[in-house]
Every structure is written in C-alpha cells, then in structure tokens.
Design a protein around this ligand. Structure first.
Ligand code: ATR
Length: 275
C-alpha cells in the first residue's frame, strides 16, 4: 500500500522541522504517512496547493508567509481558523472542498498548560506582537480565561485591529509601554510573538513587566536561548520557555485532524531537543 502524502508549504522552507516531526509521529503511530516540504514561489501559493491536492495529496501544513492566503483560499473553515483569520492546516472533505484549520493556538496552550504546567486562568498575560503568529493564538489564549490579556505592538494600530475582535477581554497597547503608565504589577505570563529575533533585535519592553514569578514564552525556538529569552533570564524571569513544544503540539493536532490519531508529543520534543 502506498503512503498517504502530506507536506508543509512555505517560503523559505528548508529549515522546517515539520517533516522530521511528522516522520517521528508516523513511526510512533504506525500510520502510513509520507511528509515532505514544498517551497512555493511567493506568487504561486494557490497553484501549489491545487497541484498538491490534484496529485492526490491528503493534507498540507502552511507556514510563513502563506497562512492568511491559506485561510482565504479555503472553501470551509473550522471555527478556530475562522476566528484566527489565518490557517496552518489544509485538507479536503469528502466532497473535495478545501478545508482550513488552525492548530497554532491549541499548540501554544497545550505546551504551556500540559507540558510546562503553567495556568493562564485568572492571570495577567502579556502578548508581544500583532502579526500572523499572534493572530492564530489569541482566541485559544482567551479561552483559558486569563484575568487580563494585553497585546503590545510596535505599531499600535495593528494591535488595536487585532483585539477589536476580542474586546473587552483583550486590550491593545504600545510595545515600549506594555500598558504601563506608572509602576504596575509585573505580568504572570509573557508571550513573545514578534519576529524581532529574526533581525537580531529585542522587542523594546520595559523591564518592570518581569518578576521572579513571571513565565516567559518565546514562540520562536533556537538551539540556545532566543535573544528575548536570554534578556528575560537576565531580568530574573522565573521560567523561560521556547516555542519547540508549541511546534510539536501544533503538528500533533494537525496529525490528529488528518488521521484521527493523536501522537504522543513528549518523546518527539525530547528527540528534537537533544538531536
Ligand atoms: P508573523 O507572521 O511572524 O507574526 P508579521 O505578520 O510580519 O510576522 O508580524 C511580525 C510582528 O513582529 C509584528 O507584530 C511586528 O511589529 P509591527 O507590527 O510594528 O511591524 C513585530 N516586529 C518585527 N520586528 C520587530 C522589532 N524589531 N521590534 C519590535 N517588534 C517587531
């Protein structure tokens, strides 16, 4: 029997860990899955998706910079994808309609709650950034009922637009202030969803947002600390986590959506962390 074909589409894509993660899931579950990486030319995302499914492909993960296009292209969307305005998971239903889902938010929340034992309920949560990465996770974060959720962005108008979908639970503010007008309590959880590290920058947040009880989570991952996590450690943050667990958890949820089988994530996170 031939394996069912899956892939991740992005541009660039050569550094993607998704093929490795899904191969580990396939080996673990015994599912007949083959998973590759496809670099779509920037202007040819829709054609790439159509071709993939026309050739009998079963499912796609979508990454930067195509998540919003994947959402627009779909004939049908899951509720969580609808809210996110971006999709990282595509497949076809029995009628051959393209369905979009978004597993990023559940990936982040599962990594925080289940893997790291961090409760968001009732806490003060600060989210840095208001781009595609943050868009996908706000709904699932708010579903955890934080006491307060502040979205801070360099371009405030983008944060405003994003939280307008989620008011009054979420509020928007400027990155360099993070909602601080005077001395305020530090946040319980800070999630960095900016791409500042890609340019070797740090998002300019006031040091007062961090206390020894603060959990800091960078949605990016790196072999060592990300620049943001190194900074947060220097400020005395209680716990500092990177996005590797989120990456594996969102992949596991996509695998479950496609195959109906949920792989175990802990051994896969460990394997990636150590090799
Ligand atoms: P992604 O899909 O990875 O979220 P994006 O949509 O381009 O990418 O969004 C990048 C986010 O990182 C934005 O919130 C951006 O802030 P602006 O909206 O002001 O552009 C933020 N960002 C990128 N570089 C940054 C930097 N050097 N300092 C602070 N914020 C930065």
């Amino acid at each position: 029997m031939n394996n069912d074909l899956y892939a991740v589409v992005g541009n660039p894509i050569s550094h993607s860990k998704s093929p490795r993660i899904h191969s580990l899931f396939a080996a673990q579950t015994g599912e007949a899955v083959e998973y590759t990486a496809i670099q779509a030319p920037l202007e040819e995302f829709a054609e790439t998706v159509r071709e993939f499914f026309a050739k009998g492909g079963k499912g796609l993960n979508v990454t930067v910079p195509f998540k919003e296009q994947a959402w627009s292209l779909a004939d049908r969307r899951s509720e969580r994808a609808e809210k996110a305005g971006a999709a990282n998971t595509l497949y076809q239903d029995e009628q051959g309609r393209l369905v979009a889902d978004n597993t990023d938010g559940v990936g982040l929340v599962t990594d925080l709650k289940v893997n790291a034992g961090v409760s968001l309920s009732g806490g003060r949560v600060l989210v840095l950034g208001a781009g595609g990465a943050v868009r996908g996770v706000l709904g699932p974060l708010l579903a955890e009922n934080p006491g307060e959720l502040v979205v801070a962005n360099r371009t405030v108008i983008k944060a405003d637009g994003l939280v307008s979908l989620f008011r009054p639970q979420a509020v928007a503010t400027e990155l360099s202030a993070c909602g601080f007008e005077a001395a305020t309590d530090p946040f319980d959880v800070i999630i960095n969803g900016t791409s500042a590290s890609l340019q070797g920058d740090l998002p300019p947040v006031p040091a007062g947002v961090i206390s020894p009880e603060t959990v800091v989570y960078d949605m990016m991952y790196a072999a060592g600390d990300t620049p943001f996590n190194a900074w947060a450690r220097g400020q005395g943050a209680g716990k500092v986590l990177d996005g590797l667990g989120m990456l594996v958890e969102q992949a596991a949820e996509s695998f479950r959506v496609w195959r109906g089988v949920k792989p175990e994530t802990a051994p896969v996170i460990e394997e990636l962390r150590n090799h």
